[in-house]
Design a protein around this ligand. Sequence first.
Ligand code: FPP
Length: 233
Amino acid sequence: MTTSNMPAHVGIIMDGNGRWAQHRNMARTQGHIEGLKAAKRIVKAAADMGISYLTLYTFSTENWKRTQEEVGFIMGLVKKYLMAEFDFYNENKIRIRFSGNLEGLPQDIAQEVVQVCEKTAHFTGLSVILALNYGGRDEIVRAVRKITEKHIPISEITEATIHDHLDNPDVPDPDLIIRTAGEQRSSNFLLWESAYSEFYFSDKLWPDWDAADLELAIKSFQKRKRRFGGITT
Ligand code: FPP
């Protein structure tokens, strides 16, 4: 794979854990365990490829509608493994960051997230942004609230003002957004930031993803002509 024209920021909608398990007559929760393993494989692959930012859509503001058992299981996975993987972050210089509504998370999970972000803040390799209790619309609403709290005059509000009050304004917009498992929609993921992102859809279920699949997605991205609303010369 050529290393020129690499995406700086890749976002992934990790879909298909439940179907992966159902196809094997297993509980949906087993699919999430395998999904977590896939996430670790892809984080390692992204770090090795020199990608700077990887946003993983881990739990959306709409995912609370799932059964209490499934929600509890996913939160349990986050609690059990997020900090436990510190040696992996350290070896690969991976920084963990957060995007989403922290206040709406169970307190122990929120604490875990804040702690892992602090402990890895000095790592200068890949930044993995955990989108947890994340919704693109919710992020924009929270940005508007922050702006209102500061009493910024309406006449001074521009696109840059909104951008500056999103969860991670220093992170560049995603160049490439991947969705696995056959569905072709954005499902409230990075709504503001994805205005000019390239999309890549794969039929493969998330637990089956490995480095070769990420490479295929990046190769597809590298062939695209991005115009950002302008014209190519
Ligand atoms: C999508 O599959 C997966 C999720 C909504 C859940 C969370 C993701 C993981 C547990 C993997 C990564 C975890 C971390 C902490 C990085 P689905 O359940 O929507 O699948 P389906 O569409 O086949 O039902």
